[in-house]
Design a protein around this ligand. Structure first.
Ligand code: 1AE
Length: 406
């Protein structure tokens, strides 16, 4: 028999954790067990969840609120269909509301995983599209474009592209609107990207924000791609993992998908509730097919503890999953001075991503992109940013404004 496992951390000062674990294993599978007549037990046995382990953490003299147990429950695959909603509902549906319980991880069986092709491009595919194989990528975010017309948008796109960025993405709050509907945006920015490429010689991907009703996402995506979109931005948690999975597995959607973490803060930050970020923004987004995954970094304006960040990275790139790795994109409040820390934590397979850190450069967005590339180059060559800045005015201006790496 094949099982997926769920690891929970349950806080309770008094509970009998073995009993609690058993009640989850039974309650979330067959409902009740000991009350079932013998014959029915035989019929139901293959559907019954079981407790794999219960590790109680109860240090001597623990203060109230510190006692917890890490509990692993195995759920028979036969109980659910091979999709993320079904597994989440089984493993963390009703019980997510039952006291201080947090879902730390899901162990996915080979049989369950076989239903998921994962990212279509992943790190290797995106590197091939950009013909860029050995340095961290740079992505910039359109900023303050709500209310812009196409001309304004094109100008902003051009400035970012001429700065040498590898990817430009829409802001996630840019929805369908009369001034810059998705197809016209894709078309205008494709032209601008071609123009910029003729000057910089660099390939560039543009991720348009895919929004609107769930039932219209596919047709919207196809229209955007036909009009020239070379990538899609998708706020997965607002729509659900299955919506991403449908898009990423669709053979007609042959562009990378960038997953935005909107809403994640409502799910992961508590130590008592919700879903751990490595699972939410790491494993599940990769399994659902995100080629690039944005998440808050430990260094910028919206922060996440470093070990949780690195745990997301590990899930996105670990080699024991039969799926392409997804690009980690630590984001929010990133400026050139942070580049050495980003590369120190993430290595070369990372996308450095900035909105304000590019557009807020005193020399404009073009100089902003250049400053980032200069910082990436210096960090890769183990040159201190302050030293490199002595001969690079764009980097110098950025460090003067936002500070250096120290
Ligand atoms: C974690 C998401 C970051 C994001 O979406 C965003 O727009 C960041 O912008 P900046 O770099 O903080 O201006």
């Amino acid at each position: 028999m094949s099982f997926c496992t769920a690891t929970y951390r349950i806080y309770d000062d008094k509970a009998d954790f073995d009993k609690k674990a058993k009640s989850i294993a039974v309650g979330m599978t067959v409902g009740s067990w000991t009350e079932l007549p013998q014959l029915q037990q035989e019929q139901m046995r293959k559907h019954l969840g079981h407790v794999e382990s219960v590790k109680v953490h109860e240090p001597e003299g623990a203060a109230p609120g510190e006692r917890y147990a890490d509990v692993v429950i195995a759920y028979p695959d036969i109980n659910y269909t091979k999709d993320i909603p079904a597994l989440l509902i089984t493993a963390f549906g009703k019980i997510s509301m039952d006291g201080k319980i947090r879902l730390l991880n899901l162990g996915l069986s080979e049989s369950f995983l076989s239903a998921f092709p994962g990212p279509k491009f992943g790190i290797p595919g995106i590197r091939s599209l950009l013909d860029n194989h050995n340095r961290p990528l740079l992505m910039s975010i359109f900023k303050s474009v709500v209310g812009y017309d196409l001309d304004g948008l094109k100008k902003q796109f051009m400035a970012q592209a001429l700065g040498g960025v590898d990817l430009v993405k829409d802001d996630e709050i840019l929805f369908e609107n009369e001034l810059t509907p998705i197809e016209r945006r894709a078309e205008a920015c494709l032209k601008a990207a071609e123009k910029a490429q003729a000057i910089t010689g660099k390939k560039l991907l543009y991720a348009v924000n895919l929004t609107g009703k769930t039932s219209e996402l596919r047709s919207q995506a196809l229209r955007a791609i036909n009009a020239g979109a070379t990538a899609l931005l998708f706020s997965t948690l607002a729509y659900g993992f299955d919506a991403l999975q449908e898009l990423s597995a669709d053979p007609d959607i042959h562009v990378p998908i960038v997953a935005h973490p909107s809403l994640a803060g409502a799910i992961y930050p508590s130590k008592h509730y919700g879903i751990a970020p490595a699972l939410l923004l790491g494993k599940l987004l990769r399994v659902a097919g995100a080629d690039l995954v944005l998440f808050p970094s430990p260094y910028g304006s919206v922060v996440m503890p470093r070990e949780e960040n690195l745990a997301i990275r590990d899930e996105l790139v670990r080699e024991d999953l039969p799926l392409k790795p997804s690009f980690p994109v630590p984001s929010a409040g990133i400026h050139p001075g942070l580049v050495p820390r980003i590369l120190g934590d993430f290595g070369t397979d990372v996308v450095v991503n900035a909105g304000g850190g590019i557009h807020g450069h005193p020399g404009g967005a073009q100089a902003g992109g250049q400053a980032f590339l200069q910082a990436i180059d210096a960090a890769m060559n183990n040159v201190a940013l302050e030293e490199a800045a002595l001969r690079l005015p764009e980097l110098k201006a950025a460090l003067d404004l936002w500070g250096g790496s120290k």
